[in-house]
Design a protein around this ligand. Structure first.
Ligand code: GLN
Length: 414
């Protein structure tokens, strides 16, 4: 099968750029574990896909190589940061695709391009060979055009890897088994905070019709409140930027990375120049904010507080998932928007991640499944569940796939 791979996942002898000028000519001397496993199953790597630079974004507009467009409407963003993977799938340029999800980067483009995207439980898929943005939050995961494909890909890439110290050593089930649409007895929790003012009416309408469909297949639903979610976005951005500032310190253009050919200055000026030119504006913004959040005096005020909030959120999810099998809501608070519309306003852009970051803060698995169209623009439903319960997410995906026609639709590209 043909697979497209996000360009922050290392491929032996195949350029891996992170969509950054900094790594424009980086050719990895090794394969990421996921790539190794795919090759072992005879997968054909059909190409590397565009992304936001270093996976920092929700639109694929911050790529050094230019934006990816949404195949459903070329004036709209495809979501991000794995926008190239999702767009390539729905444009039928590939059968399968890999993305990475630090705060929604698999689910957001899956939602905006109308494909299935799954962020696995933290530790299920090896991160060895994934160029790090924020280690404690991210996972590699599958994007696909059918639930069966998604399950198959997860079975291939998942499982213990001694080269990733956060990889979990438990036996992996066969995700392809048990794909039925019988949801009898399934208890669905609807987090109130996932349906509040920030979420557009059209999005809620389509998600609600999917919830009624799940109900008709045997599920019951009830509202639940997760009050700490109010702080999820702030905590996410502090943690993500702090980790990013540390991870990206290695790119100095001396050992590797983009180098400006000038030897007329001292070491620190060469270093600063390489980084100013090698990194784009969003990456530099995050390095600065992350460094600030970790600096003496501010560490307690920002980073430490964010970690405490993370624990609170995890506890709330744990409690909620004792009462419910799954939490359901929209993936994105609004349908795909225009290219260029929000890129100059980082805060508004960060707000788009409000519904996806909780699964990264908790480490819980989450999926985005197509659940409707507003005009010709796709809407995605998100389901989150307990760790290592991916088969339940796939079951919900299969139920929606078997009982609606959204997953088979293709944009009329001409
Ligand atoms: N949009 C989020 C961010 O910019 C998530 C990115 C991701 O998941 N890689 O941090």
């Amino acid at each position: 099968m043909a697979i497209a791979i996000k360009d922050n996942i290392c491929t032996l002898n195949l350029r891996t750029t992170c969509a950054s000028r900094m790594l424009e000519n980086f050719i990895p001397p090794y394969d990421a574990t996921v790539v190794e496993r795919l090759k072992r199953e005879d997968a054909i790597i059909i190409g590397k896909t565009n992304m936001d630079e270093f996976a920092m974004g929700s639109t694929t507009e911050t790529s050094y190589f230019g934006p990816t467009r949404n195949p459903w409407d070329l004036t709209k963003v495809p979501g991000g940061s794995s926008g190239g993977s999702a767009a390539a799938l729905i444009a039928d340029e590939t059968t399968l695709a890999l993305g990475s999800d630090t705060g929604g980067s698999i689910r957001c483009p899956a939602s905006y391009c109308s494909v299935i995207g799954l962020k696995p439980t933290y530790g299920l898929v090896s991160r060895y060979g994934l160029i790090a943005y924020a280690n404690s939050l991210e996972q590699i995961g599958p994007l696909a055009k059918s639930t069966a494909d998604c399950a198959l890909l997860l079975s291939v890439i998942g499982g213990y890897d001694p080269r990733d110290s956060t990889s979990v050593n438990i036996p992996l089930g066969d995700f392809s088994q048990e794909l039925t649409d019988d949801l009898k007895g399934l208890r669905v929790g609807l987090p109130r905070e996932f349906f509040e003012e920030g979420v557009e009416e059209a999005v809620k309408r389509h998600v609600w019709s999917a919830i009624h469909l799940l109900e008709s297949l045997g599920a019951t639903y009830e509202e639940v409140s997760l009050p700490s979610l109010e702080y999820a976005l702030a905590a996410y951005y502090i943690i993500a930027m702090a980790e990013a500032s540390s991870n990206l310190a290695r790119y100095d253009g001396l050992r590797y990375g983009y180098r400006v050919e000038h030897d007329d200055a001292d070491w620190s000026r060469i270093y600063a120049r390489n980084r100013r030119i090698g990194f784009g504006a969003e990456v530099r913004r995050r390095i600065m904010l992350g460094t600030y959040a970790l600096s003496a005096g501010y560490y307690e005020q920002y980073y430490l507080k964010a970690l405490k909030i993370r624990t609170l959120i995890r506890r709330e999810f744990e409690e909620a998932l004792k009462r419910f099998d799954v939490l359901v809501g929209p993936t994105m608070p609004l349908p795909p928007f225009n290219i260029g519309e929000k890129i100059g306003d980082p805060l508004t852009l960060y707000m788009c991640d409000v519904l996806t970051v909780p699964a990264n803060l908790t480490g819980y698995p989450a999926i985005s499944v197509p659940c409707g169209f507003e005009g010709n623009l796709p809407i995605g439903l998100q389901a989150i569940t307990k760790p290592f319960n991916e088969d339940l997410l796939l079951k919900i995906s299969f139920a929606l796939e078997a009982n609606t026609d959204f997953i088979g639709r293709r944009p009329g590209l001409s």
